[in-house]
Ligand binder design. Structure first.
Ligand code: PGA
Length: 313
C-alpha cells in the first residue's frame, strides 16, 4: 500500500476495493473476458440465487497444485476441467509460477480464474529467486495463496511476514488467500483457537478493515495431505471463531469467504460445504484430478442451493 492508502487505513477511512491501490487501476481487458465481472470496483458480482448466508458469499473452490505437474499435464488438466464447465461456484487454480503463462492461455474464455501459491512481501528489486505480486498481476492472476503451512514451516514465514505478503498482494489487485491452521500437538493441547486467532490477528492488524478484501482458508496441518479430514463440526467451530474475529475488525465479515482445506475430496466436500460458515475449499491432492476436482466444485454450488432451500422452509 502506498503511504496515502496506509494513512487512510490507519485513520479508519478506507471503505472498499477502491482503497487498495492497484484494484481500481487494473482496467485493461483480461484474456478470459470476465474481467469486469471479477473486478468491477466496489460492486459485488454475485448471482443472489447462488450466494450463501451473507449478501456476497458465492462459494469458491481453489485448487492448490503445489509443486506438481508438467507444462503438458497442466494443459491437459485444465482442458478436462473446462469441459466440465460451467460451475455455479467460483473456481480458481493456484499453479506453479512457471506455468502461469500457459495456464492463462489455456483458460482464455473460461470463467475459471488462476493464481499463484506465494508472493514476495517486497516490491521488485534485488531479491534473487523471489516473485513479486505485481508480476503475478501481470499474468492475470486473481488469487495468491499466502501463509500456507508448508511455507510457514519450511520457509520459516512468521505471522507478520504472511500479513505483509497479504498487504502487498492486495495493493496489486490480487486477492490473497490467507491460510491459518494448527498442528496436531496444538489441537491436542486445546490450542487451536489461540493459534488461528494469533495468525489471523497479524493480518487484521496489518490490513485494518481492508481485511474484508481477503479470503481466509482454515487448514489444520494434521489434515493436509494426510487423508485425515476435520469433521464438518470441527471445521465449522473454527470457521465460526474466525468469522467472529473478522467481524470485530470489519462490518463486512459476513460477506467474506472462509474456505476449509485439508484432504477435501469429492466424498467429503458436500458435508463440509453444508456448514454455515464454510464457503468452499482449498483443495490440494484432489485438485490434480479433473473428475475429482469438478465434483468438489459442483458440491460447493449444491451446498448453497441446499441452504437456500432450507432457509425458505
Ligand atoms: P490436501 O492439501 O487437499 O492435499 O490435503 C490442501 C492444501 O494444502 O492446501
Amino acid at each position: 500500500l502506498d503511504g496515502v492508502a496506509l494513512d487512510r487505513i490507519q485513520a479508519g477511512q478506507a471503505g472498499g476495493l477502491q482503497d487498495i491501490p492497484g484494484r481500481s487501476s487494473r482496467t485493461g481487458p483480461r484474456a478470459d473476458g470476465v474481467e469486469s465481472a471479477h473486478r468491477k470496483v466496489g460492486v459485488v458480482m454475485v448471482n443472489p440465487q447462488l450466494s450463501k448466508a451473507g449478501a456476497g458469499r458465492r462459494p469458491l473452490v481453489v485448487g492448490n497444485w503445489k509443486m506438481n505437474g508438467t507444462r503438458a499435464s497442466s494443459v491437459q488438466l485444465l482442458s478436462a476441467l473446462r469441459s466440465a464447465e460451467p460451475f455455479d461456484s467460483d473456481v480458481s487454480v493456484c499453479v506453479p509460477f512457471p506455468y502461469l503463462g500457459e495456464v492463462a492461455l489455456t483458460l482464455q474464455g473460461s470463467r475459471i480464474t488462476w493464481g499463484a501459491q506465494d508472493c514476495s512481501h517486497l516490491e521488485p528489486g534485488a531479491h534473487t529467486g523471489d516473485v513479486a505480486a505485481v508480476m503475478l498481476a501481470d499474468f492475470g492472476c486473481r488469487h495468491v495463496i499466502v501463509g500456507h503451512s508448508e511455507r510457514r514451516v519450511h520457509h520459516a514465514e512468521s505471522d507478520q511476514r504472511v500479513a505483509d505478503k497479504a498487504k502487498t498482494a492486495l495493493s496489486h489487485g490480487l486477492t490473497p488467500i490467507v491460510c491459518v491452521g494448527e498442528t496436531l500437538e496444538e489441537r491436542q493441547a486445546m490450542q487451536t483457537e489461540a493459534v488461528v486467532k494469533r495468525q489471523l490477528s497479524a493480518v487484521i492488524h496489518t490490513l485494518g478493515h481492508c481485511v474484508s478484501q481477503i479470503v481466509v482458508a482454515y487448514e489444520p496441518i494434521w489434515a493436509i495431505g494426510t487423508g485425515l479430514t476435520a469433521t464438518p463440526e470441527q471445521a465449522q467451530a473454527v470457521h465460526a471463531v474466525l468469522r467472529a474475529q473478522l467481524a470485530a475488525a470489519s462490518t463486512q465479515a459476513v460477506d467474506m469467504r472462509l474456505l476449509y482445506g485439508g484432504s477435501v475430496t469429492a466424498a467429503n466436500a458436500s458435508a463440509l460445504f453444508a456448514q454455515s460458515d464454510i464457503d468452499g475449499g482449498l483443495v490440494g491432492g484432489a485438485s490434480l484430478k479433473a473428475n475429482e476436482f469438478s465434483a468438489i466444485c459442483r458440491a460447493a454450488s449444491a451446498a448453497v442451493h441446499e441452504s437456500l432451500g432450507k432457509s425458505k422452509t
